[in-house]
Ligand binder design. Structure first.
Ligand SMILES: [Zn+2]
Length: 113
C-alpha cells in the first residue's frame, strides 16, 4: 500500500468508490471520467507503478486482470458488440494514475450496414 495513491485507497476500500467486483488480488470499478458508455478499470490491489514495473512473477496477475476484464465485458453486455482493453504506460502513453490499471472501454452505439 502506497500512501497518497488513490488506487491503493480504493483497492483497500478506504474511499466510498463502489466496487463492481473484487477478489483477493484485484478490484474493479467505474472510471470517474468515462471515455465511453462503458469504461471500467481493473486494478491490482498491490501497488505496481506501471507495466514497466511488472516482473516475471506478475504473469499470473496480468493474466487475471485480462480474464477479469473479459468477464466484466460479458457482465456489462458488451462482449459481442466489442470493446477495447488498454494499458496506458507512463506519461507519453497517457497514464494518469501511477498504479497499474487496465481500461475496459466499450458500449458504443453500433452503426448498421
Ligand atoms: Zn497504489
Amino acid at each position: 500500500m502506497e500512501t497518497g495513491c488513490i488506487f491503493c485507497d480504493i483497492a483497500h476500500e478506504k474511499t466510498s468508490t463502489e466496487l463492481l467486483y473484487k477478489n483477493q488480488h484485484l478490484v474493479v470499478f467505474k472510471d470517474i471520467k468515462p471515455h465511453a458508455p462503458v469504461h471500467i478499470l481493473i486494478v491490482p490491489k498491490r501497488h505496481i507503478r506501471s507495466v514497466n514495473d511488472l516482473t516475471e512473477a506478475d504473469q499470473p496477475l496480468v493474466s487475471e486482470l485480462i480474464m477479469t476484464a473479459r468477464d466484466m465485458a460479458r457482465q456489462a453486455g458488451i462482449h459481442e458488440s466489442g470493446y477495447k482493453l488498454v494499458f496506458n504506460v507512463e506519461h507519453g502513453g497517457g497514464q494518469m494514475i501511477f498504479h497499474l490499471h487496465l481500461h475496459l472501454i466499450g458500449g458504443w452505439v453500433q452503426q448498421q450496414g
